[in-house]
Design a binder for this molecule. Structure first.
Ligand code: ADP
Length: 257
């Protein structure tokens, strides 16, 4: 609580009026703290891959000079590349947040088959081979949306399903028509989310284990996803049971006839 008192004098040394303000700044402080935490997490998240790229480059420099045909060269190049991609995703997320804040998230809508888009967004998980991916429902359903932005939403949800369910071996996707919308869901069998955390999940910078270092992240993926879906006139949500898993879902307008 912040208390402020203004005392007014009228040409004499006796005050003639006093104005007091009592301001509850709890929420302001929480947001300020969230922002400070975010800056330190973001710097750390960028620093880790950057340090790794730097180390790879130094080793490469040495190898190219001393053993130009070493079979380690492609490995270090690959490592540097993976870390640069990580940095690129982080910077993209930060840029998206400023675009959202400035109301400049432009949409370029087309008609496309939702199941095909979901399949394309899972290519990297198939390559990793960590989780079985099962798609069910109406695989012909077409939606009217900005495909690139919706790709981003699905990739966020799939990456979270992989990241927060590392010990389970499958991810289920379901596509269905509900009224005049398409509903797309991504179900994992991971740690789940406590019910009291659910209302905050789509807030900017929010992370369930903010102080934990077990999972890296900026707490921006779901915030950006929610903004994208809302801009399409759709809804986004989650059903979750701790210890059993989570189902993230969103809706999109169907292809217009
Ligand atoms: P990030 O993953 O970068 O922290 P997100 O905005 O994608 O940010 O997610 C916000 C938080 O929601 C995560 O930190 C995590 O605690 C929780 N979360 C998201 N997806 C899942 C999931 N599939 N299972 C469990 N928790 C999740």
């Amino acid at each position: 609580i912040r208390v402020q008192a203004d005392v007014y004098f009228n040409g004499t040394d006796k005050p003639y009026r006093m104005l007091g303000t009592v301001l509850d700044i709890t929420e302001f402080k929480r947001l300020q703290q969230q922002k400070d935490d975010f800056i330190s997490v973001a710097s750390h998240e960028l620093k880790t891959p950057m340090t790794s790229v730097k180390a790879s480059m130094q080793l490469l420099e040495r190898l190219v000079k001393t053993q130009p045909s070493s079979d380690k060269i492609p490995l270090f190049l690959d490592k540097a590349n993976t870390n640069l991609t990580k940095m690129q995703h982080l910077v993209d997320a930060l840029l998206n947040v400023s675009k959202i804040a400035a109301g400049q998230l432009a949409l370029h809508k087309t008609d496309f088959v939702a199941a095909e888009m979901v399949n394309e967004c899972c290519d990297h998980v198939r390559l990793m081979g960590t989780h079985e991916l099962i798609l069910s429902g109406d695989t012909q359903l077409q939606v009217h949306a900005d495909k690139e932005r919706i790709d981003q939403v699905v990739v966020n949800l799939v990456n979270n399903a992989v990241k927060y369910a590392p010990d389970s071996n499958k991810i289920l996707f379901h596509i269905a028509q509900t009224g005049n919308m398409a509903k797309i869901s991504v179900q994992d069998f991971g740690r789940g989310i406590p019910p009291e955390k659910l209302p905050h999940l789509f807030e900017r910078y929010y992370r369930v284990d903010a102080s934990g270092v077990q999972f890296s992240g900026l707490g921006l993926g779901l915030y950006i996803s929610a903004e994208i879906i809302e801009r399409h006139g759709g809804k986004i949500g989650v059903d979750s049971v701790v210890g059993e898993g989570s189902t993230f879902w969103f809706t999109l307008p169907l292809k217009s006839n």
